[in-house]
Design a protein around this ligand. Structure first.
Ligand SMILES: Cc1ncc(COP(=O)(O)O)c(C=O)c1O
Length: 374
């Protein structure tokens, strides 16, 4: 297992850059750079290497399954989390149970997929947030027997708050509703065990803390879950045998592959595997502990300097967000010092991975203090 110093050495790009934007895009590792060359070589060598490419996609599926303690047959390989949400929504029957529960800390594109179901008879209910987080009680007020799907992010993109997922799962299941967990802001730095979480669906993608690139996402669908309808978006990879090439046969596999569509995102699968090469060489608990120490240290330093920390104490994930009138301008000033952060709305987000260390905390805290003076 790599320790954090060895892990950092896998990212030569960090020699002159403080990367605090893993909540947006993970830092560039040497392996990720090589993986892009690898797909080039596969083309140069073989011309149309579909067998090699499909093996790469299957490998990414297996590795994501292992990461979240699922079976490969419980994973669909898709292109983005919105597509994953749509595949779930379009396979649910809203005629008897029309309710979908979401909240305002959800990533907008997931919430938009839920809102778009109104045209198919679904009714969206919003669990109220406190500005910084959503309490389990907010779900208690909106989940009842009319709800078919309850959606909850593991960690919100907005300020890195950890949501009360186990409580939400328990509540939803007591009322016969299914649970969709968007784990995009957690996988890679927070240990995820779908059996422990008990959720029915879970989505994530590769570009952030899983250290790959955009273009690939994974949808976990709990084995044994009854399919209320077939998904509306489909294609040859959603067939029992994608290579049957029968235009008159629309058969859906029993496992999560039924949610797949057309040609899988091959280049992004190479990138995802480069990320898994690194993620599989670290102890997930050690990663979480390391990240959490850095998060708490930065939150304390910034609060002591008079910054308004918007990530709730006691429920912080891998991110510290501060309130700012113009976070884009602040991010640009930090970027001029080669400190990469992630502004969104009124917040400047700084997120941590195992490759970050205390020198990064000091660098960004000092740079923000300097920016405030001038
Ligand atoms: C929590 C969360 N979900 C989903 C996404 C992305 O969704 P999609 O893959 O549909 O672009 C992001 C960020 O880009 C995110 O932070």
């Amino acid at each position: 297992m790599l320790n954090s110093t060895q892990f950092r050495a896998e990212f030569p790009s960090l020699a002159d850059t403080v990367h605090l934007a893993s909540c947006s895009q993970g830092a560039l590792s040497a392996r990720l750079a090589y993986s892009l060359q690898e797909i080039g070589y596969s083309l140069r060598d073989k011309g149309a290497p579909w067998d090699v490419w499909m093996a790469e996609v299957e490998w990414a599926r297996e590795r994501f399954a292992r990461l979240i303690k699922a079976a490969p047959g419980e994973i669909a390989v898709l292109s983005c989390a919105s597509e994953a949400a749509f595949q779930v929504a379009s396979s649910l029957d809203w005629s008897h149970r029309p309710g979908i529960v979401t909240n305002d800390l959800e990533f907008p594109s997931i919430a938009h997929v839920w809102l778009a179901q109104a045209g198919r008879g679904a009714q969206v209910r919003v669990a109220a947030d406190t500005g910084e987080n959503v309490e389990a009680g907010a779900y208690e007020r909106v989940v009842d027997e009319n709800v078919n799907l309850v959606s909850v992010p593991l960690i919100t993109y907005r300020n890195g708050a950890r949501l009360p997922v186990p409580d939400v799962v328990r509540l939803a299941h007591e009322h016969g509703a299914r649970v969709f967990v968007d784990a995009y802001q957690g996988t890679g730095v927070v240990p995820v065990d779908v059996r422990e979480l008990g959720c029915d669906y879970l989505a994530s993608g590769s570009l952030k803390y899983l250290l790959g690139l955009p273009g690939i996402a994974f949808l976990y669908v709990r084995d044994g879950l009854e399919h209320q309808r077939d998904p509306e978006l489909t294609g040859w990879f959603g067939r029992v045998n994608p290579f049957a090439f029968d235009t008159r046969l629309l058969d859906f596999p029993g496992d999560a592959r039924r949610f797949e569509t057309g040609t899988p995102p091959v280049p992004s699968a190479y990138a995802a595997n480069a990320g898994f090469d690194l993620i599989e060489r670290v102890d997930p608990q050690a990663v979480q502990d390391h990240v959490s120490e850095l998060v708490e240290e930065l939150a304390e330093r910034l609060a002591a300097a008079g910054e308004r920390v918007a990530s709730p104490a006691g429920a912080r994930g891998p991110q510290v967000a501060i309130v700012d009138d113009d976070p884009n301008a602040l991010a640009a000033r930090l970027a001029a010092r080669r400190i990469v952060t992630a502004p969104r709305g009124r917040l400047l987000r700084m997120s941590f991975h195992y490759y970050n260390d205390r020198s990064d905390v000091a660098a960004v805290a000092d740079a923000i203090a300097l920016c405030r003076k001038s």
